[in-house]
Structure formats: structure tokens, C-alpha cells
Design a protein. Structure first.
Ligand code: G3P
Ligand code: MG
Length: 251
């Protein structure tokens, strides 16, 4: 695994959210391909597990919003999950797109040469088994030369993943920045703080950067706002539309 400094030195200022989810169904292989096509070199995706303990790329605990099925993903086998259409809800041209397994997504990330921010997104209550399985699969399949940053809203996941992956940089993921963020960053051995765009101020960015941590902000789709945040010193913005921000920055 690449160490934190090397991961951040390879991290661009613009990261594709759930792939390039403004242009293709989120968290699918199509969204990863689209990100690469529009020259995004780093993507964020969400990972959870199925009933039979296979890590799959999915944001919600229920498959209703992003597939033609319904019900909790934790109660479905991989076979059930693979039978779902995860593309048609977004646009007819994506019909037949599937929920990818983590291993498939990693394979494609490797083929495309992308860096990855993997967000562990357990069904509530299933933080530990989800993290154990994700870590086990990453130890099997993660290509050592590629940058990997793991984040989660669930601190149990951060603690658990550290047991298996001692070197991987961890991101403390939150909506609003907690008043005791500095204590939490140290406690969970995090290298970066990832916060929601509404809650971040320039003072936060200055303080977090002065303490030696990176700051990532999601989900920033307005190019003007992205420019402002990057001018403040935010290390990267996570966006559904990397191409819009590239245009604004003249890239
Ligand atoms: O990791 C940043 C962002 O993805 C966190 O929120 O709900 O889009 O996973 P969410
Ligand atoms: Mg996410």
C-alpha cells in the first residue's frame, strides 16, 4: 500500500463523486469509465456488503433508488444483487448496468489507472463485518502501486480498517466539522478530513491545514464554489461533474 504522503501527492484537486455520477449511474463501472473518459484521475465510490458477505459498490442500504429492485442490500445475496438493473433509473442507454463487486471495481480502477477514495458505507449496525470483509478483499486485490484513501462516516469502520491496513491513509468523513475535530483526527489516525460543502469556512481550512491534515469537500458541483474552496486551500473537491470544474480551472 502506498503511504499517506505519496497518496496525497498523487491526488488531484478534483475527484469524481460515485465515479462521474453526473454523467452515468452512480457507483457503476460505467461511472468509472466516464470519469476516466473526462480525464478524472481519482474517484470516490461507496462500498457495502451483501447477505453472503461480498463487498459491492452501492451508496444506499436499500436498492430502491438506484436499481429496478427494492429492499435492503444486506438481505440480498450477491446473486440477487447481480440480477438488478442499476442503469435504467439513470437513463435508458445504461440499461443492464450492474451493481459492481468491489473486486470488479478495483480491476477497472487498475485498468484505467485511477486513484481511489473508497468510502465504507455499512448498513447501520453492520460496521464491523462490512469493514472486515472490505479489508480482506482489498488485501487480496488492491494493486500496491495505486493510490488508495479510505474514508467513512462510521468511526467503527475507521478503527477496524486500521487493524488490517496499517498504512492506508484514512479520511474522517463528516457533514459539519465537529468542534473537537483535532482530537478525533488523532484518535482515529486520520490524514484527511472530508466535510460537506455547506459547513466549511476558510477558518476551518486554515486551522485543519495548519494542524497538518488534508481537507476534502463534497459534493461541489458549482465551478465558482469549487474555485473559491480551492483558493482557500482545500486539497480536493469531490464532484458529480468533474468536467465543469476542469473548465472553470482552465484544465
Ligand atoms: O465521500 C464523500 C461523500 O460521498 C460522502 O457522502 O452520501 O455522497 O456518500 P455520500
Ligand atoms: Mg460517498
Amino acid at each position: 500500500m502506498i503511504q499517506a504522503d505519496a497518496v496525497f501527492s498523487q491526488m488531484p484537486k478534483i475527484i469524481g463523486h460515485r465515479g462521474a455520477s453526473g454523467h452515468a449511474p452512480e457507483n457503476t463501472l460505467a461511472a468509472l469509465r466516464k470519469a476516466a473518459e473526462i480525464t478524472t484521475s481519482f474517484v470516490e465510490i461507496d462500498v457495502t456488503i451483501t447477505r453472503d458477505s461480498v463487498a459491492v459498490i452501492q451508496h444506499d442500504s436499500d436498492v430502491r433508488r438506484c436499481t429496478n429492485g427494492t429492499g435492503p442490500i444486506l438481505l440480498k445475496s450477491l446473486e440477487d444483487v447481480r440480477a438488478l438493473d442499476a442503469g435504467s433509473w439513470f437513463a435508458p442507454e445504461f440499461e443492464g448496468e450492474r451493481i459492481p463487486t468491489l473486486k470488479e471495481a478495483v480491476g477497472l480502477v487498475q485498468e484505467l489507472g485511477l486513484g481511489l477514495n473508497l468510502e465504507i458505507k455499512p448498513t447501520a449496525g453492520w460496521q464491523i463485518p462490512t469493514t472486515k470483509q472490505v479489508a480482506k478483499e482489498l488485501l487480496d486485490c488492491w494493486p500496491d502501486a495505486l493510490p488508495l484513501l479510505i474514508s467513512s462516516f462510521a468511526v467503527e469502520c475507521l478503527i477496524e480498517v486500521r487493524r488490517y491496513l496499517p498504512d492506508v491513509p484514512l479520511g474522517y468523513l463528516t457533514s459539519a466539522i465537529p468542534p473537537d475535530w483535532e482530537r478525533r483526527m488523532a484518535e482515529y489516525d486520520c490524514a484527511s478530513l472530508h466535510c460537506e460543502r455547506h459547513y466549511v469556512t476558510k477558518d476551518h481550512v486554515d486551522a485543519i491545514k495548519s494542524a497538518g491534515y488534508r481537507v476534502l469537500v463534497y459534493t461541489v458541483n458549482d465551478p465558482e464554489e469549487a474555485k473559491k474552496l480551492l483558493d482557500w486551500g482545500v486539497d480536493a473537491v469531490i464532484t458529480d461533474f468533474p468536467d465543469r470544474i476542469f473548465s472553470k480551472l482552465g484544465q
